[in-house]
Design a protein around this ligand. Sequence first.
Ligand code: FAD
Length: 281
Amino acid sequence: MSQERRYSFEFFPAKTEAGHEKLMTVARNLASYQPDFFSCTYGAGGSTRDRTLQTVLQLDGEVKVPTAPHLSCVGDSKAELRALLAHYKDAGIQRIVALRGDLPSGMGMASGELRFANELVEFIRTETGDHFHIEVAAYPEVHPQARSYESDLANFVRKVKAGASSAITQYFFNADSYFYFVERVRKLGVDIPVVPGIMPITNYSKLARFSDACGAEIPRWVRKQLESYGDDVQSIQAFGEQVITEMCEELLQGGAPGLHFYTLNQAEPSLAIWKNLNLPR
Ligand code: FAD
């Protein structure tokens, strides 16, 4: 695997036994491409606490790819976070993705003791020193709740100052937004790697809904083309693969320090892009 660039695959913990078995099959397949790490999401408020823990330990221990748990602070007490950190540290986990999280509607905002991701990063450093490589989230197209571009940048810098080691971006379909974000944070003295998060396009209606919620803009020409395919899944996937492959080429040629694939627990859409890019195996 390339020293300079890092490649990773993200999963979510499955809800059912069958889903979990499928996830493990997908992970074993992706493991054969020797990614630098896997990561596994965490339901804010602790809704997936046990499933995330179990999935991380299995991916790391049995599938044998270093695996980073996501950890979010809204809705979890310091005692709960401390217990999870100790568990991961004892199990030899070395990387963590530290997030604020989004509480499911109805759970309220103020149930956790830590309000923002920078406070979680600080907490992890206080509790565990330099043990973990801490990833944080970055938003080239601006986090939907941010007051402004500048305040979101300031927040990103706060997370880095609190001790983040590197960052993974929210997905986007516009490489310029990534390059501009990196240029701006470099000018603010941030020198940690900012790795683009890549969302393969497989299902237009789900993607449109999700993108609205997380503030990722689907360019009009991509939207119009995807809409024109209707239920023709093959055409959607073929076009999506081409668009994302070309964007990844542009990102890597422009100096992106790797790629992080949001797999949604499927191997093929990410692997198709991986193969098109001739990434190292
Ligand atoms: P923060 O960095 O805390 O920022 C949240 C918002 O608050 C921003 O608008 C920021 O500008 C603002 N802000 C920060 N500090 C302050 C302050 N002091 N005063 C006022 N405003 C402030 N969600 C999950 O629930 N589970 C997951 O596993 C998960 N994994 C993710 C992985 C990646 C790579 C990414 C990009 C996102 C992930 N998310 C996950 C989604 C994430 O939790 C949401 O985007 C969430 O809304 C913000 O989390 P954050 O860590 O970026 O928050």
